[in-house]
Design a protein around this ligand. Sequence first.
Ligand code: PHE
Length: 340
Amino acid sequence: MVESQLESLAQSARERIGAAATAEELEAVRVEVLGRKGALAEISKGLGRLSPEDRARIGKLLNLAKNELEALLERRKQEFEEAALRAKLEAEWVDLTLPAPGPRPGVLHPLTQIQEELEDLFTSMGVVVLDGPEVETEYNNFDALNIPPDHPARDMQDTFWLTDGNCLRTHTSCVQVRGMAKLGPPLRMIAPGRVFRNEEVDPSHEHTFYQLEGMMVDRNVSIAHMLYFMKTLLRHIFGREVTVRLRPGYFPFVEPGFELDVQCLICDGQGCPVCKHSGWVELLPCGLVHPNVLRMGGIDPEEWSGFAFGLGLTRLVMMRYGIDDIRYLQSGDLRFLRQF
Ligand code: PHE
């Protein structure tokens, strides 16, 4: 009676172990048959009611069945584990013979590239590269450049004033003042750097942009010297002759003053947002240094003369690479920067 019960139990357990499709199903069979409250435990509980010989015989059979089923379960479990491992290896397989992606080097910002290029060019022409602070005194940014406090030209540039009376420099021309004090005449200097204006931001205006100031002071410096400098500069930058025009321009620190415009290289003079549909871009305001500026810089205007220019570096980058919105330059967007 018990024997046949045991045998059919073992038989069904064998079949279920063989048919289990997952480790979970297998575990369920184990609990049901071999668990503490499982079918085999149930049978062994009844052993006490049997005669001693039956108890010994059935106990032995129970043990045999238990060992057999445990071994079956264990083997099946290992099969599942191996299959899982194989699947994992298959999925995470890496071809170690493929070439490595290699280092991904960064690039210099296009403004830095152009600035360094121009520094090299000017250095080769015997020009000194000067640096000045971005927070500047009112005196250096305005007064010493012939823009006294009540001068209407103060309104030409919307200034970020600081509470201590200093300002964020609105142009690099303040480095002219520092250059005159530092170098004395004769001098040839450039000063690239960041400048700030309290402007409405649009495709061609930013509150922060870059200029490159140039100044040369010597005996008998003329507009011809100035034009030679500018043409060398532009040819170098664009790698070809560009169409330029010279217009009178007003800046209190130069006399006479000019605006040198470049025909818009983005639209070839047809008109686009960058040139405000005029076909021309103001790139190089310039002029002969005003005698008052020389005098305030401790240089005698009877003996010395000079020219100065303020190249718009940001505009230049836009022209050179055909960038139609100034806001890309400070966006920090790597998709933009990786193109240079
Ligand atoms: N500082 C002037 C500006 O930012 C440009 C300039 C520089 C003009 C030197 C003449 C000479 O608008």
